[in-house]
Design a protein around this ligand. Sequence first.
Ligand SMILES: NC(=O)C1=CN([C@@H]2O[C@H](COP(=O)(O)OP(=O)(O)OC[C@H]3O[C@@H](n4cnc5c(N)ncnc54)[C@H](O)[C@@H]3O)[C@@H](O)[C@H]2O)C=CC1
Ligand SMILES: N/C(=C\C=C\C(=O)O)C(=O)O
Length: 487
Amino acid sequence: MAETKALLLLENFIDGKFLPCNSYIDSYDPSTGEVYCRVPNSGKDEVEAAVVAARAAFPAWSSRSPQERSQVLYQLADLLEQSLDVFAEAESKDQGKTITLARTMDIPRSVQNFRFFASSILHQTAECTQMEHQGCMHYTVRDPVGIAGLISPWNLPLYLLTWKIAPAIAAGNTVIAKPSELTSVTAWMMCKLLEKAGVPPGVVNIVFGTGPRVGEALVSHPEVPVISFTGSQPTAERITQLSAPYCKKLSLELGGKNPAIIFEDANLEECIPTTIRSSFANQGEICLCTSRIFVQKSIYNDFLKRFVEAARMWKVGIPSDPSASMGALISKAHLEKVRNYVKRACAEGAQVLCGEGVDKLILPPRNQTGYFMLPTVITDIKDESCCMKEEIFGPVTCIVPFDNEEEVIQRANNVKYGLAATVWSSNVGRVHRVAKKLQSGLVWTNCWLIRELNLPFGGMKSSGVGREGAKESYEFFTEVKTITIKH
Ligand SMILES: NC(=O)C1=CN([C@@H]2O[C@H](COP(=O)(O)OP(=O)(O)OC[C@H]3O[C@@H](n4cnc5c(N)ncnc54)[C@H](O)[C@@H]3O)[C@@H](O)[C@H]2O)C=CC1
Ligand SMILES: N/C(=C\C=C\C(=O)O)C(=O)O
């Protein structure tokens, strides 16, 4: 007889209590394609209950001192860190990424998010100016906005959710969070730590479900004046429309079509492994991942050969395999979408040098129904191709040659997105010049994804509106008032 395993059943977390829901959505293990969990399919009623709880909790929480709130965040960070391995395994099973990546990146960064904002809230200062000739002084005060709506995606589930929860509650807001319906498990696990950390009921509410049901109810709720969203550009457009009648504060962190620009004087020993990582880390499912590599003509052939060799070494394996660099993509639909981009590139006459359709993917029998794909390198592709213009969000990168600095800047900027870029050169003057001219919220030179959480994070053009960081998130989650004293 076939063995049937009980499914993991998640519940909403509202007013400090776990509450069942009337209906549920199946959630899949991307490494097998099997349903293993059921996520509440919440809607307006659950959002309303969360608003009632968040409203009731706001006066007491916002009146606490920054020091008191900071202590709670530190406590939460410690509790999360104590359960790092359990969270890493859960994140990997839910998302498809390797356990190694979840253990070394996602969960440590989630811990760091709480610690970082626990500290930074203690160091925010107000402004003050004087007008002696008018006998006046002016100063600013900041207050939490109220109930914050936080909507996060599936690629870095706990990492990006905590990057929003931590600054929002540190500043004294109460929150209603909606994680992606595809990856809800670690958010639900975190709820179990809140009481012990000292987070009062109603301060953090998590309502699980889909974008059209929960997301839209949250965005169009008149008592939720501030929305922080990370995800796709079409969803950001919808959020902007729905929140427009209420003039809500919006922070939108969206996709990218990130270039890597590699000059002939680049140190390829460092550039190649880092650009492999920037192209394929987390299955290429990070908004900061490189997907267009511009290489100066004189080193193009050498670079291509070495890059393809390195891509073939980037092992795809089951998420628990410690030697695997890459696990499974998030869903069957997403895998199809990414594969289709490769097909479209081939139809346009581009060449696939390795990966999809070229190399064989070897997986254990149980994982052959999982959503795996090999790192894929495309070349001989035009700048106008959809693979060079649209966000693929998978393990696919395109490599093209360029002649000179001016040309490559123009081509790198020739997309609707402007999130992240990398520049590789040992000429410091060139690095500065190119970085300055790129239309990109973030430029990493001779490195990738070294994060300084204090400084602004976010994109320009269709990559977003607003920035996140110590000062930026504090300003976003507070309202400022200017007071003038005549003396
Ligand atoms: N950080 C990023 O840049 C991300 C980019 N993407 C891009 O978006 C593509 C599609 O992925 P999706 O999962 O569909 O992204 P999405 O933007 O639809 O999902 C992100 C979050 O928004 C919620 N959401 C969806 N529709 C909503 C609505 N109408 N109102 C309020 N909330 C809503 C989702 O439930 C999820 O929590 C990916 O292939 C990728 O290109 C996806 C995730 C993250
Ligand atoms: N927003 C995303 C990544 C952020 C990374 C970071 O803050 O370090 C994304 O992939 O959507």
